[in-house]
Each structure stands twice: as structure tokens, then as C-alpha cells.
Design a protein around this ligand. Sequence first.
Ligand code: BG6
Length: 484
Amino acid sequence: MDSMTFVLFGATGDLAKRKIYPALFNLYLNQKLPKSFSIIGVGRHNITDSEFQSRVVDSLYTFSRHLINDKSKKEAFAKAFHYCQLDFTNTEGYKKLLELVQQNEKDQNIEENRMFYLSVAPEFFDVIAMNIRDSELGTTKGWKRLIIEKPFGHDVKSAQELNEKLSRAFEEDEIYRIDHYLGKPMVQNLEALAFANPVLQSLWNNRFIANVQITASEIVGVEERAGYYDKAGAIRDMVQNHMLQLLMMTAMHLPKRITANEIRKEKRKVLESLRPLQRDTVGVHVVRGQYGAGEINGSPVAAYKEEPGVDAFSQNDTFIAARLWIDNSFWDGVPFYICTGKRMAEKATKIVIEFKNPLKDSYPSEMEQIEPNLLTININPNEGVSLRLNSKNPINGEMEPITVDFSASKQDVPEAYELLLFDALVGDSTFFAHWNEVELSWNWVEPILEAFKENRVPLHSYSSGSMGPEAAHQLLEKDGYKWW
Ligand code: BG6
């Protein structure tokens, strides 16, 4: 692997501490970082290199999945970290950063490969990218790459503007847009499940599949993020990105060759075939909700409107359920349902494929009691796959559902950021969002945003600790299905 410098903007922030340092550390332990590398943290706080290094070590004790108590490993790792204080908008300051990067490259014999990770508020994305270009931090003999994470704009127009600015400093193939759902091992497994299992591949179409249900329910509420969330809602926070990525990964066709370009092409085709919604009929296909007070694990919790920082009259959505249609020959007639919400009864991210029962017409009476076959891909909190079949009970001879189950051992499963950072380091963009996907997703979401803004869709209240508003159940009942 090429030697490189990892320049992390927002080095004293929350994401860095919780996710990025532990992920880099796990890669280091697994010998998946280059032999020579240097990590330069950039932030507004005034701290020394050694203070920065001890913050990094502290974060590993709290957040690394490796429960090793070997202090020396952590300290050896932290030695690669340096700190540069910088006001992101101060163009002059970037010269100092460039000098630091170059000095390190020289001292440690590191090639001019530079990874820039912007773990900062989105209003700084374009400012930093332009400064990287103008200060010549981005003028290297080796490669340069940019990692950013959502939000990529807050609607089609702002996303396009942001992209236009980023593209003045980085080429599309140098931009790695993280959608951390694409880093989840079971999401990365979707494509393998299809290509390595002819038995599944042959069933992956509207002849055999009745409907697909993609759920991401959460127990947590808005937490301390009201400032952002009250403007974003579940539609921008989860649907425009994570839920549509899961949909693409489930519905895409296996490409002829498994390469980043081919996979992204197939994903794009899914979004291009997604039936657009019309502003005035959004409410037929989309249910929005907001959590009221309720109980989680036996303790009372406040309603969304009573959360600190939330507008007392907020009309923001904390729950979305929707029915989507993919108008191509493979999925014609198969509804895809998505459902995501905060303060729900359980934390569960999963994809359930419900199969048709083609025998129903031939043996109507025998088939009456038969449950549909289900393929469930559990993404979070447990990683696994299960297949529900029907079988005769050998003791009483009655037909009953049986489940063939696999679940991974928790401790060994790498974290999303670990997999994604490794891919970015080796230049594999398969599990990053291409600009086309981001733009097409915003296009699909736009009429929903407008309908919400104009109050064309009822805002249902649901109790905290429930499985969402009744209207979300009715959405499926009307089609003859239920949520699994
Ligand atoms: C983030 C959202 O992208 O994903 C959060 O901003 C949400 O609101 C989180 O809680 C859920 O991620 P995960 O990995 O816990 O399912």
C-alpha cells in the first residue's frame, strides 16, 4: 500500500473521537495501514501535539472495538499524529499546514499521497476544498483524495452548488462520499449474497418476490442535535441517503463485472427507474410522523416538541414510511416499502424480502395456512441472514414455519468506518456514493420536501416506544401485506 498523509479537518470533534480514530487504530492493529503514514489533525482548538496524541489514546480506550489493554500499542499508534491549529476560513493558515505536511513527508520518507477527510460542519466543505486547492496542498506528485460525509446539501439545488464547488478542487473519482450504511458489513454482503448464490439470484425478481421491506428503526431520540435535526427531519437525515442506498443495493442488477464503476452504474439505473412522486399525491405513498411522549425500556421519555432545542410548534418528521415502485422489467409490480424513525420500540436495521406463493392458486385449501417465505438480512444491531421456509412438524404432522439462521459473532465484525477508510486508502470507491446517486436521490425526495413544507401530508403523532403511527401499518394493509 502507498505511504500517505491523512489530513483530518475537525480533529477534535465528536466523529473523530468516536469513529475515525478507533477505525484507524483497528486498521493499524490489523496491519492494514501503510508502513509509513502520518496523521495530521486540523482543528480550531489550541493544543500541542502531545495533548492531541493523548486525546487520541483516550478515545481508543473508550471507543475501540478491540478491548486490548496494551498501552504501548496505543501510544505507538498515536505517535503518528500531529496537530495543526487552523481557522478553516483563514487562507493564510493553510500555508502553515502545507509546510507541516511537506516536512513530515520529507522526514519520514512518505510519498506525496494525501487523503483529506472533512469531519466538519457542512458549511466548511467548499471553503476547505477551495483552500486545499489554492494553497497547493492539493498539488501533489502522488494521489489526492477527499472524504466527506453527509449532509451533501439540503435539497437538489444546494447539493448541486456544493458539488460544483468541490469539483473545482477534486475530480469525481477523487471524492469519496461516505454513507456509513454502505460500510456496514451486511450491506456489503448484499451483492455477494446475490452473485455467490444462484439459488437467490434466480429468485431476485418480480416473478418470485411479493414485496421488499427496508427498515431502520431507532430507540434514540433527537439527542443533542436539535439544531440540525429540526431542519432536516427523517426525510433528509435517513431517507435521502441511507434508505435509498439500501434500496439501490437490494434492487440493483448484478453487473457483468464486479467493479466500482459497474456497480455504481447498476445502482444509478435503480434510481433512474424509481417512479417519481407528484407533490399533490405524496400522501398516498408517504406517511410522516413525529414522536410524542412515551416509554422506552420502562422509563418515560419526552415528546419531540419538548426536547431541548426543538421548536415547540415544530412540524418536523421523526418518522417516515413510504411505498416505492421501480419501473423496470425486473421489479414491475413489486412494492418496496421503507420505514425509519426515532424513538421506536427497537433498534433494528434490516431488509426483509417476502416471497410470493405461486402454489396458492393450484392448492387453495392446503395453502390457506401457509406463511410466506421470508429472506431477512439483519444489518444492525445483529449481523445475519435468515430464511423462513415451511415444513411439516415431524411430531404432529402440521405445517409450520422453520427458520434457517446465520448470525455473525459480534466481536469480530469490523465497523463501517474501518471498512470504508480502508477502501478509500486503497482507492476503491465501490461503497461510496457517486455524485449521480446523490443528485438522483435528491430529485426523488424533492416533491416530498415540497409537500411537507406546504403541509399537504398529515403529520401523525406516535408514542415513543411504539412501532410508529397506525397510518404506516395501513399503508401496507391496503396492499394486503404487513410489516415483518
Ligand atoms: C446518521 C443519522 O446518519 O445515522 C442519525 O444522522 C442516525 O440520525 C444514524 O441516528 C443511524 O446510524 P446507525 O448506524 O446507528 O443505524
